[in-house]
Design a protein around this ligand. Structure first.
Ligand code: RB5
Length: 169
C-alpha cells in the first residue's frame, strides 16, 4: 500500500461495512489498470481486497468475471464488490443477471452515494476507459462508506425479485 493511498484514505472505515470486511474486485482487460489502482485504495480503508482477476492486460470475456463476482457474493466470501470493464456497461448487464446482485454503474460520487442510499447496490461498477483514477477513487470511497436508507427504498428494491418471477406470466 502506498503512503499516498494511506494519506488519502483517512481513518479505517471497516466498521461501516460490517464485520465482514472483504471487498471482491474483478475486471476484464478494459478495467485491469483501474483494478490495480483501486486495490491499494481498498486496503488503505482498512478493508481486505479479494482479487478475482483478470491478472494481466490480455483479452478476456467480462461475463466470466461477473459470474465469479456473483458466486463470491452468494458464498458470503465478500460482502460487496467492484466490477470494471471498458465502459462498465457489459459487466453491469452480466452481473445483474444474477438475482442477488445489484450492480450499479457509477460515473461520479453522487451516483455512487445514491446507488447505496436508494438502491442498496452491493456491487460498484466502473468504466475503466470512462473515468479517471481520482474520480474512480471517489466513487469507491463513497460507495463503501454509505449506508442504505431503507424505508420506501426497501419496498422498491424488494420488488426487483417480484418482477423477475412475474415477467414470464
Ligand atoms: C472490451 O473490449 C470491452 O468490450 C469491454 O471491456 C466492455 O467495455 C464491454 O461492455
Amino acid at each position: 500500500m502506498s503512503s499516498d493511498a494511506k494519506d488519502r484514505a483517512g481513518p479505517p472505515i471497516s466498521t461501516l461495512v460490517g464485520p465482514q470486511n472483504t471487498i471482491a474486485i474483478a475486471a476484464d482487460h478494459g478495467g485491469y489498470d483501474l483494478k490495480q489502482t483501486l486495490i491499494p485504495e481498498i486496503e488503505a480503508m482498512g478493508l481486505a481486497a479479494l482479487d478475482l482477476g483478470c491478472h494481466g492486460p490480455e483479452s478476456v470475456d467480462y461475463p466470466d468475471f461477473a459470474r465469479e463476482m456473483a458466486t463470491v457474493l452468494k458464498d458470503g466470501r465478500a460482502r460487496r464488490g467492484v466490477l470494471i470493464c471498458g465502459t462498465g456497461i457489459g459487466i453491469s448487464m452480466a452481473a445483474n443477471r444474477h438475482e442477488h446482485v445489484r450492480a450499479a454503474l457509477c460515473w461520479n460520487g453522487t451516483a455512487a452515494r445514491l446507488a447505496r442510499q436508494h438502491n442498496d447496490a452491493n456491487v460498484l461498477v466502473l468504466g475503466g476507459r470512462m473515468v479517471g483514477d481520482e474520480l474512480a477513487r471517489d466513487c469507491l470511497r463513497i460507495f463503501l462508506s454509505t449506508a442504505f436508507e431503507g424505508g420506501r427504498h426497501l419496498r422498491r428494491v424488494a420488488k426487483f425479485s417480484t418482477n423477475v418471477e412475474t415477467e414470464g406470466a
